[in-house]
Design a binder for this molecule. Structure first.
Ligand code: S3P
Length: 182
């Protein structure tokens, strides 16, 4: 088995894939510092994601998301949970690949709809047909998650605990802490 060295673990995947809940559990198992890109944006701006979208639009949010990602990946020993759209920017994708072992948490639209319930915090979901929105986002983003990822786990039907155990097992044979080869 080829071990892939990287100084951090990074989770990517769509809204409702479990990046935050699985990320916190996984960070504890591996003794990594948990960091969430959205949460960092909120702290740096002193405003919620919804307010940021309202005032500076999605493009303004993406700039702030990129700055937060750069800040969080300037170091080692972290588990960085990203927002669902962080992979849209090619600089972000390169940065993630350079600074971390990237795990793609996949989830199907049906599970997303169940898990996200009546969510009011995610601006992209505050539109009429959620199923359509999630499907359209997946068409664009799935290839980007796959492109950036070192490992993929399908979380459909898995609780956060079960997904964490499966991932911990997979990571022990795929990820090695250390610097990425140049
Ligand atoms: C977004 C996902 C959200 C958050 C923002 C935009 C997206 O993060 O960054 O609402 O573009 O998919 P989560 O994936 O953590 O929900």
């Amino acid at each position: 088995m080829v071990m892939n060295p990287a100084p951090n673990l990074i989770l990517v995947g769509p809204m409702g894939a479990g990046k935050t809940s699985i990320g916190k559990r996984l960070a504890e198992r591996f003794g990594l510092q948990f960091a969430d890109v959205d949460q960092t944006v909120i702290e740096r701006c002193g405003a919620t994601i919804a307010t940021i979208f309202e005032h500076v639009g999605e493009a303004g949010f993406r700039e702030r998301e990129k700055a937060a990602l750069v800040q969080l990946l300037d170091g080692q020993g972290k588990l960085v949970s990203t927002g669902g759209g962080a992979v849209l920017d090619c600089d972000n994708r390169r940065l993630m690949q350079r600074h971390g072992f990237v795990v793609y948490l996949r989830v199907g639209v049906d599970s997303q709809l169940k898990r996200l319930g009546r969510d009011r915090a995610r601006p992209l979901l505050q539109r009429g047909d959620r199923e359509r929105v999630l499907h359209d986002l997946a068409v664009i983003r799935e290839p980007l998650y796959a492109e950036v990822a070192d490992l993929m786990l399908d979380t459909d039907g898995l609780s956060p605990g079960a997904a964490t155990s499966t991932l911990a097992h997979l990571l022990s044979s795929h990820w090695q802490r250390g610097e990425r080869a140049a």
